[in-house]
Design a protein around this ligand. Sequence first.
Ligand SMILES: O=C(O)CCC(=O)C(=O)O
Length: 344
Amino acid sequence: MDAVPFTDSTSLLGDSGALADRLAENGYLHVRGLLPAHEVTSVRDNILTLAGAAGWLLPTDGPGLPLVDRRTFSCWPAPDYVAVHDQMWRDREFHALMHAPALLRLLSGLYDEPVLVHPRKVLRVVHPWGPATPPETGWHQDFPGSQGSKRQLTVWTPLVPVTPETGALAVLPGSHRSGLLPMRLSNNAMVGWEADADASTVHTGPMAPGDVVIFTAFTVHSGSRNAGPRLRISADCRYQPRSDPVCPGSLEFEEGNSWDDIYRTWPNGGQGDPLAYYWRRMPLTIVGYDTSPDVAREQAVITAAETGDPDARRALEMLAVYSTDQVTAARARALLPTLPVKAS
Ligand SMILES: O=C(O)CCC(=O)C(=O)O
């Protein structure tokens, strides 16, 4: 694998045509210092305060970021991790950061129309790698999981400095030009599947808080392993032209959380807050999410496991816990002990 530094597009800021051409060519834009540094630091501090209160960090009195207490290692989907992460995710400043005016200006310039910011933003708090760590995200495209607008863009931004040691975002330049790629089973990917893409040239590199990578819904990308001693904290969010269709899952929760519960924790209970329910005040075209590709993949996992394919292990583990079809989940649980372990 050839790892090449991101192509820096900071000098193109203000020139939407040049940014759009660069995005069309590479499938991503790397822009330095786009988000206000003090706002990024404030979100980071809110998250670190909660991480400290959860016992995840060693005490520190120095200026650097705290080290992780490896004795309290936790990772998704452990319930104690999910509970802490849920508190972090509610932080109003985190949500506000992904609506930063400079970012929205850049995106509306690219679309030449107003932007819809998907309210279901993602906060990643990645503990240092350890034997119990789940696999990295693996090479994937965002479109299959979100659907809706084909013009969606994802913005990934680190809240702490990211380096080769912490791991970072990596993209396959130009991969978006092949459109939607088939997927293959992979035990090295968090969900057990990855895009069937040529990963011989990878663009990645160190990023500072405030820097962003913006990429298309078809650009193949992955997060790499956190081999450092600190938390890697990053945020990602999806954006699209407001006139394009959007799926309900990008906006609303299907189960568990509710926006009412989240806004209750915001100042003044979210009353009159422009960031609360903003998308419900927009004339959006909401379209159904097509579950048939997911169902086909679930069946492909079961078939692969029935034929003893060791590459199906991670996907089978995910089905056993997360399939919404109880018959499939039960079949996955029954097949797991029968699956040969792949020699590494
Ligand atoms: O941060 C990561 O591990 C991967 C990020 C990602 O997959 C995304 O932003 O869509």
